[in-house]
Design a protein. Structure first.
Ligand code: NZQ
Ligand code: ZN
Length: 386
């Protein structure tokens, strides 16, 4: 294990009905001007908007609405939120939605406290925010685990970059698995695959030797795989939703990453694919992972073999280590097809090779990946994804 400090996680209220029980007492601790942030309107259809508005009114808050936060939130939307927060002297931001709403609000919370452009500040001057409007998150869709950390993935359309920024950490988080029952099935599956991806991206990082973080990760991976299959059979079962929701939070609360340099090469490629195509995050990852792993497994063969045995229950009795490792990747590939996620870029309407070259050239190369890829290799991988 590498050395670490682990001290920043939000208070989590988990379970059915926790919002009504806990939001009122939390609201007593914040100022009057509350920004209620949400996405494209699912909160209104599900009734959650009315429920939260009722609690805010009861607490006599002055509500400033910040709505229409899109999937893969743009920096322009962040700017809109910062302006609104400054104009209304917002004291507290309540982000209600999936990863997109929560990420957008993390940067609004930071950007509203400064008088410079936060994108420039972070990417050009490498300065990071340390003052924030207090933020809390109500997760309505699971998968990203965005509610548990202070990283935000924002798309800068002018610069054609989808990149991780440093923003606010939620002070508290409401996780009610019953809220996720209305998420469209495709999003449920792609979200849950995102959780599996976060686990794999952590597991295959460095050091490769097994350690307690990786053994916890193995059990979460098994749990996610089992519950994806279960949720497809029983979409209305809240218990299954609760497993997937907590898997999602655990994968991104930092716990699994302790003592490790994470990989996240698949994410870096997917983010740039997102910058150019606005594709769904989990779907993009499903397409990239098996192809990427076929390129790198030889550099981390023991771990890929362990992944096959521990996560996919591959019987390695008559197999070499390399055959075992390959079998694990094959199982992952088959699972992606079994759960109806796309395996090729064509399936999500992407065929433009020139654009893929730009995606490859603008993708970050990660230190934690078993093999340091070149931009040409990333292009090759993307062509294999077609
Ligand atoms: O916008 P609304 O109308 O709310 O609809 C959303 C959206 O269309 C819908 N939805 C959410 N909750 C619902 C619901 N529909 C019905 N009932 C509900 N209860 O679901 C759709 C997708 O929502 P979105 O927030 O975009 O999805 P997700 O949670 O997958 O977030 C994706 C974003 O998170 C980033 C991704 O890159 C992407 O931008 N990520 C953030 C991470 C982080 N901060 O830690 C880590 C991830 O790796 C990821 O990169
Ligand atoms: Zn992700």
């Amino acid at each position: 294990m590498k050395d670490f400090v682990y001290n920043k996680i939000p208070t989590v209220y988990f379970g059915e009905g926790v919002l009504k029980k806990n939001l009122p007492k939390e609201l007593e601790k914040v100022g009057t001007n509350v920004m209620l942030a949400y996405g494209g309107g699912s909160v209104k259809k599900t009734g959650l908007y009315d429920e939260i508005m009722g609690v805010l009114k009861q607490a006599q808050k002055n509500v400033i609405e910040f709505s229409g936060i899109m999937s893969n939130p743009t920096y322009n939307k962040v700017r809109e939120g910062i302006k609104l927060a400054k104009e209304n002297n917002v004291d507290f931001i309540l982000a209600v939605g999936g990863g997109s709403v929560i990420d957008c609000c993390k940067i609004v919370s930071a950007g509203a406290k400064i008088n410079e452009d936060i994108w420039k500040m972070e990417f050009r001057y490498k300065k990071f925010p340390n003052e924030f409007i207090k933020l809390a998150s109500v997760a309505t869709a699971s998968g990203t685990g965005a509610e548990m950390n202070n990283g935000a993935v924002i798309t800068n359309e002018d610069e054609k970059l989808k990149a991780g920024m440093v923003g606010a950490l939620s002070d508290f988080v409401i996780l009610d698995p019953s809220y996720t029952l209305t998420v469209p099935e495709k999003q449920v599956i792609s979200g849950a695959f995102d959780t599996l991806s976060h686990c794999m991206e952590t597991y295959f990082g460095k050091p490769a030797e097994n350690n307690v973080s990786d053994e916890i990760t193995e059990s979460i991976m098994r749990n996610v795989i089992r519950n994806i299959r279960e949720v497809m059979k029983n979409p209305n079962d809240v218990k299954i939703r609760s497993e997937l929701m907590w898997d999602s939070s655990l994968a991104e609360c930092g716990l699994l990453k302790l003592g490790k340099i994470t990989d996240f090469q698949a994410h870096q490629i997917e983010h740039q694919l997102g910058a150019y195509t606005n594709c769904n995050h989990g779907q993009g990852l499903a397409i990239i992972h098996p192809k990427l792993y076929r390129h790198i497994y030889k550099e981390n063969i023991h771990k890929f073999a362990r992944f096959a045995i521990e996560v996919w229950k591959v019987d390695n009795k008559d197999l070499s280590e390399e055959e075992t490792a390959k079998k694990g990747i094959e199982k992952l590939d088959k699972f992606i097809k079994e759960i109806g996620l796309p395996s090729t870029l064509k399936e999500i309407g992407i065929t433009d090779k020139e654009m893929l070259r730009k995606v490859a050239d603008s993708s970050n190369i990660t230190q934690g990946c078993a093999k340091q890829l070149t931009h040409d290799e990333i292009y090759e991988i993307l062509l294999e994804c077609l």
